[in-house]
Ligand binder design. Structure first.
Ligand code: ATP
Ligand code: MG
Ligand code: MG
Length: 540
């Protein structure tokens, strides 16, 4: 195994591989098409891509399709799309199933050279024998080569006896490293046809057997693996040695884990099947699609993952760092808009001076003129959010953002104090804004024009799907489901929102960053636009 650079935990991009020949590095990302890519897979994919690019080598994306019971074409397609979203283009796409014939030949070779045997020991006994302090050898361990070949043929044909068997490597049942206690290499599966090879095979190679062989055959020079597999590295090397195949450098990196987050396709599938989320692209999901829909940029994701680089620490990471990084990327370019919560929205009237209704061009971003301009309607009839309105006092000087100072003249509460009927304000020409409340507002003047009529939006925010920071293997996820995880607020937004497109990121002044999830549809003008709150890394 390569010695790896220590790599500071944050901020270090100095990650490298050992024994590289520039232009000849071959890496591979081997997803199993059994679910959509999540942020952990994105780490593996981005690191492989990073090394292939850094050394001007080649990246193979290999579908690790050795278990037909879990795999589907739908997942394969989604993985291809998500890799493109991540900006990763494979130089070559392969399938472990393309090597099934060769893998079968290698299995025969292992048997013929006395390196593998066919075991009909039942699963429980096999596990018990392996887990014993000293390890107990299977009753099948010393069968003759002829008997093993005969049994393997039965497995291949899926006979009643064959189905009870598996092929095991003959390594060392006494080894301290239990991964070397005769691991399984091949098993039967007749439950479902394979999505690519159909009914051709009744036996399928185990990942731990297929992976080193296919890596070696495909010319992979550096195999990146999460360090949770470190105990299995000697097994990987043993298989290549036994078959006299070229060795591959293994480069370990730490598995990505986040607090309150499930990164297991099996558990995510459960949430989808239970209807607890709307699908694999739900904004509460840690899938590539989910976090993208929540407003994560690929830039932030890439930077975050390369920052962790070679770190070997397996931590439960907080989400705030990656969202803070994301905020740094979107803040300089996100157009600024105004939204007011609809509930008890408060009418305001400017009294005293005459204020003509007029539409003015204003910058969408005060510090970045490249973001362009928006249209803001000024008039004597305004709305304020009730949250702001209820804090005002008669005689107070307040600042209406992008406009100026006003004096509060009169506040007319409803008799039952449930809401405010009208607030009257007067222009205060004083240009000193220090210490005043800064308040967002929208014109409510009826102009009959779309460009100055606020538009309805629904603001979405989300909570973690699970209530426990770190789920243990023994925890049943059912007992840790957060009861309510979606929160909706009705609001109105400035008229410019009509031209915001799905996927656009904006900032709502004094509220935060949002991504458009459903854009304005002129054929259904009363349907609200959907905006999803983008976490900004601020502790709540
Ligand atoms: P899951 O448990 O979610 O099904 P997996 O490891 O079984 O994940 P694969 O499709 O086999 O899923 O994974 C493809 C690659 O992604 C592997 O190289 C794997 O090590 C890596 N990977 C999976 N999860 C993570 C993670 N949380 N952090 C880093 N890499 C990961
Ligand atoms: Mg896997
Ligand atoms: Mg897994």
């Amino acid at each position: 195994t390569d010695k790896q650079p220590k790599g500071k935990d944050q901020g270090s991009f100095e990650i490298g591989l050992k024994d590289v020949v520039h232009g000849q590095v071959v890496t591979r990302f081997p997803p199993e098409p059994s679910g959509y890519l999540h942020i952990g897979h994105a780490k593996a994919a981005l690191l492989n891509d990073y090394f292939a690019k850094t050394y001007e080598g080649k990246l193979i994306v290999r579908f690790d399709d050795t278990n037909p019971s879990k795999e589907k074409v739908e997942f394969e397609e989604s993985i291809k799309e998500d890799l493109l979203l991540l900006g990763i283009k494979a130089d070559q796409i392969t399938y472990t199933s393309d090597s099934f014939d060769k893998l079968y030949e290698y299995a025969l070779q292992m048997i013929k050279e006395g390196n593998a045997y066919v075991d009909d020991t039942d699963v429980d006994t096999m596990r018990a024998e392996r887990m014993q302090q000293d390890g107990i050898e299977s009753k099948s361990r010393n069968l003759s080569i002829e008997e093993n070949l005969k049994r393997f043929e039965e497995m291949k044909n899926g006979t009643e006896f064959g189905l009870k068997c598996c092929l095991r490597a003959k390594i060392d049942m006494k080894n301290k490293n239990k991964c070397l206690r005769d691991p399984v290499l091949y098993r039967c599966n007749i439950a479902v046809p394979h999505h690519r090879t159909g009914n051709k095979w009744k036996i399928y190679p185990i990942y731990d057997f297929a992976c080193p062989i296919v890596d070696s055959l495909e010319g992979v020079t550096h195999a990146l693996r999460t360090n949770e597999y470190r105990d299995r590295n000697p097994q990987y090397e043993w298989i290549l040695n036994a078959l006299k195949l070229r060795q591959v450098h293994i480069w370990d990196f730490s598995r990505l884990n986040f607090v309150y987050t499930l990164l297991s396709k099996r558990k995510l599938t459960w949430f989808v099947d239970e209807g607890l989320v709307t699908g694999w692209d739900d904004p509460r999901f840690p899938t590539v699609r989910g976090i993208r829909r929540r407003g994560m940029t690929i830039d932030a994701l890439r930077q975050y993952i390369l920052m962790q680089g070679a770190s070997q620490k397996n931590l439960e990471l907080e989400w705030d760092k990656i969202w803070a990084l994301n905020k740094k990327i979107i803040d300089p370019v996100a157009p600024r808009h105004t939204a007011l919560d609809s509930d008890k929205i408060t009418p305001v009237k400017i009294v005293g001076d005459e204020v003509k209704t007029e539409i003015k061009e204003m910058p969408k971003h005060k510090k970045n003129p490249d973001v362009g301009n928006k249209l803001t309607t000024f008039s004597s009839e305004l709305y304020l959010a009730f949250e702001d309105a209820k804090t005002l006092e008669v005689g107070e000087k307040v600042t209406f953002m992008d406009w100026g100072n006003f004096n509060v003249e009169k506040i007319q509460w409803a008799a039952d104090k449930s809401h405010i009927v009208l607030i009257e304000v007067k222009i205060n020409p004083d240009l000193d804004y220090k210490g005043t409340k800064k308040i967002t507002w929208l014109s409510r003047a009826e102009t009959g024009k779309d460009e100055s009529t606020p538009v309805k939006v629904t603001l979405f925010d989300y909570d973690y799907l699970i209530t426990k920071k770190k789920l243990e293997e023994t925890d049943d996820v059912k007992n840790f489901v957060t009861p309510v995880t979606e929160f909706k607020t009705d609001a109105i937004c400035d008229a410019n929102l009509r031209s915001v497109k799905k996927g656009d990121i904006i900032q709502l002044e004094r509220k935060g960053y949002y991504i458009c999830d459903k854009q304005f549809d002129a054929s259904k003008p009363t349907e609200p636009i959907h905006l999803i709150f983008i976490p900004d890394g601020k502790a709540v």
